[in-house]
Design a protein around this ligand. Structure first.
Ligand code: UD1
Ligand code: CA
Length: 458
């Protein structure tokens, strides 16, 4: 946390170059909206944050219910956006850190270093800059001295001479707040885009004799901005690469980081092994010594230590205990809870159901709205018929029960403790504990039937 620092995030812009009807800052990279990444970094240096919104403002508000907003009704440029927040800064004489909403890789450490550079140097404003291998599209920083800037010139307004400059404006600045708003009041629209550029505030301050710092960082990836779908893919790639790097540093084996897609908020314990082509998304917590095989997708789920997820599983909003085995090709839909050592095999679909410790459903089953106790065996092809066309009904299978192959359990129904259901049964009524239920047509054998038939053949 830095004292006497307020934050202003500019996130009102249209996503013109994204060719999107959605706000640019809500586009996702590394499993979170661009603005989420920026906010995460911002929150680590100050809790006083104002966000300028405009283009699809309602959607941004909805996405960030806890935040303080200012609305920029018309998007007339970055300078105009900052000016919109003027009222919120009346009577405030400290520093303001300005961040664009489209720089998801920025780190808290860099923000701290910029704020320190600003205060130590006694600058009126400080610009975070970097040398870009390909500076195309960025504003260029025209230097005055080794530490100071003269002005920022936008790519579209730059002369061929200025375009040769590789040092770019990251759009991240610290300003003395009163000086910022004084300068913004004097910014005009005489430029290629006819917009009020925040960048012009720099030249204006320099002309009135103020010292503007330019703080250059080595790692230019941190300040990559997202203006196009190509840039969105590029930052997504970097966020995922960084996530895999951090996990490997903490003891997770990732066999092929290039094909492993792990969202930024995922937690994974040491000695877990992740095979190629796996996606782990959202708020997922994975324990230690877990193995996740290829082509599985795990979203917002908890996976206990020692569990094995075999190939091709889809696991969503579910919780798995320890030493569970899933798949290959199992589908765990929302609200599935599996106790320790549960085994779920191929082509089993489970929805809104609980399986107690030690229970098994190894082949070709559908279990929906079912509460299944411990050490239950669900035979191949078992189906809970939970839907009557109007409503969903529950199935209860108590501890130790055995459901024979190819049975239908027509809900609502309860199979008692240690009860047996004979293979091929259609169970419509409750089965008491320790009983056997058989609900199928009896077998008839007609001996010699084939012989007789052959004789009749013309
Ligand atoms: C801006 C800088 C450029 C810098 C680059 C770094 C200006 C004029 N240019 O250009 O020097 O190199 O960032 O990424 O500032 N926004 C609003 N309201 C508006 C316009 C924009 O809130 O009316 C917001 C956008 O949502 C975005 C941020 O300001 O989050 C930056 O705007 P953007 O259009 O992306 O600016 P760039 O062209 O990238
Ligand atoms: Ca931008």
């Amino acid at each position: 946390m830095i004292d006497n620092l307020r934050i202003l995030i500019l996130a009102a812009g249209k996503s013109t170059r994204m060719k999107s009807k959605y706000a640019k800052v809500l586009h996702r990279a590394g499993g979170a909206a661009l603005i989420d990444h920026v906010l995460r970094a911002a929150r680590s240096v100050s809790t006083d944050i104002t966000i300028v919104i405009g283009h699809s403002a309602d959607k941004v508000r909805e996405h960030l219910p806890e935040s303080r907003f200012v609305e920029q009704k018309e998007q007339l440029g970055t300078g105009h956006a900052a000016m919109t927040a003027h009222d919120n800064f009346k009577g405030y004489s400290g520093n303001v850190l300005i961040l664009p909403g489209d720089v998801p890789l920025i780190s808290p450490r860099t923000l701290e270093a910029l704020a320190k550079f600003h205060t130590d140097g006694g600058y009126t404003a400080s610009i975070l800059t970097t040398d870009m291998a390909n500076p195309h599209g960025y504003g260029r920083v025209v230097r005055k001295t080794e530490d100071e800037a003269e002005s920022i010139i936008e790519h579209r307004d730059a002369t061929p001479e200025v375009l040769k400059i590789r040092e770019i404006n990251s759009s991240i600045y610290v300003f003395d707040a009163p000086s910022l708003f004084e300068a913004l009041a004097r910014v005009g629209t005489d430029n290629a885009q006819g917009e009020f550029y925040l960048t012009d505030a720099i030249g204006i301050l320099v002309k009135s004799g103020k010292k503007i710092g330019a703080f250059k960082i080595e790692n230019s990836e941190e300040v990559l901005g997202v203006n196009t779908r190509q840039e969105l893919a590029a930052v997504d790639h970097l966020l995922r690469r960084n996530k895999c790097e951090a996990l490997m540093t903490n003891g997770v084996t990732i066999i092929d980081p290039a094909s492993t897609f792990i969202d930024v908020d995922v937690h994974i314990g040491p000695d877990t092994v992740i095979y190629p082509s796996v996606q782990i998304q959202g708020q997922t917590f994975i324990g230690e010594d877990v193995t996740i095989h290829s082509f599985s997708r795990i979203t917002n789920s908890k996976i206990g230590s020692g569990t094995v997820v075999l190939n091709g599983c889809v696991i969503t909003d579910s919780a798995l205990g320890e030493r569970v085995s899933i798949g290959p090709y199992a589908h765990l839909r929302p609200n599935t809870t599996l106790g320790d050592t549960v085994k779920v095999g191929n082509f089993v679909e489970i929805k809104k159901s609980t399986l107690g410790a030690g229970s098994k459903s190894m082949h070709l089953a559908y279990l929906g709205d079912a509460t299944i106790g411990k050490n239950v065996n669900v035979g191949a092809g078992t189906i809970t018929c939970n839907y009557d066309g109007f409503q969903k009904h529950p199935t209860f299978i108590d501890d130790g029960a055995f459901i024979g192959t190819d049975s239908q359990l027509i809900a609502p129904v309860r199979i008692g403790k240690d009860a047996y259901v004979a293979a091929g049964s259609s169970i419509t009524d409750d089965v008491p504990p320790e009983s056997l239920a058989i609900a199928r047509g009896r077998q008839a054998v007609k001996e010699g039937w084939v012989r007789e038939r052959k004789k009749k053949k013309p």
